[in-house]
Design a protein around this ligand. Sequence first.
Ligand code: PMP
Length: 310
Amino acid sequence: MAVVKYMSLNGKVVPTEDARIHILSPAVKYGTNVFEGIRGYWNADRKELYIFKLTEHLQRLQYSMKVMRFGDTFTVEYLRDCILELIKTNELREDTYIRLFAYVDDFDGEMTATGTVGMAIAATPKGRREKADAGINVAVSSWQRISDNSMPPRIKCVANYNNGRLAWMQAKADGYDNVILLTQRGTVAEGPGACLYIVRDGVPITSTVASDILESITRRTVMQIFAEYANKYTVERDIGRTELYAAEEAFYCGTGHEILPIVSIDRHPLGDAQVGPLTRLLWEKYQGLVRGTLADHPEWRTPVYAESGS
Ligand code: PMP
């Protein structure tokens, strides 16, 4: 992570080294901690940083806090103001990743502690992931995705990420770039940090929200882009493992991963093992929409600097 001067802690901008919580907080002891990953895109012509789908992310944070039974929540307006203030203080004028945490910060609190609820934000420069242009090689994991009756995959609880970590590290040790987890029913769930689409016979297909996936904001954006710019309607349904090998295209989608093409699964090449035409079109439109070089859907972009006139 790039080091920036300031972070935000409980509504106040503080020097980065002062953004700390106690080792005995439930957030550390039990992973009682939820978060959001949000991106801001710099538009050089307009000298503006656009935050993509900010309200949707903040509403999902509220939902994560509700599922985890946190005692207090924060309003969307408050969280939004804290994020904008932090970015302006750090004077970020480049592509940026915003990580927003809400956590239980009761000194030596019990497993069932619901407060005090703390809130912290980091906003740091971040560009595109490695190998995004060439596409990546992935494996299907022998680790299963956590199920909604054990841990809630639908929300961004920090503790969930140990599931993806185990799967991803195994895949890396085996020589792959990334990994796909299956549900306990054996159907396709998602990656450790992104949802998955496949394309079969020209039709985009993605697992349903009852497939132990995060309720991804990018997944919905992709659906809309395909419908509006390619006249393609996404099918949401169960996907079987060997169906992955029949796909002519596949990609991860998520705020951090953006649109990340997959060119082989379990060493089966997809199509001609190049980034496919639908994935290319999607990436082109996605980039335009997040950065505001495509004028459509201005409601998806929150300008950081215009609002303050600075
Ligand atoms: N699944 C998981 C497990 C994730 O961590 C993410 C990234 N937030 C996604 C999917 C994609 O979600 P979103 O499009 O909302 O970033």
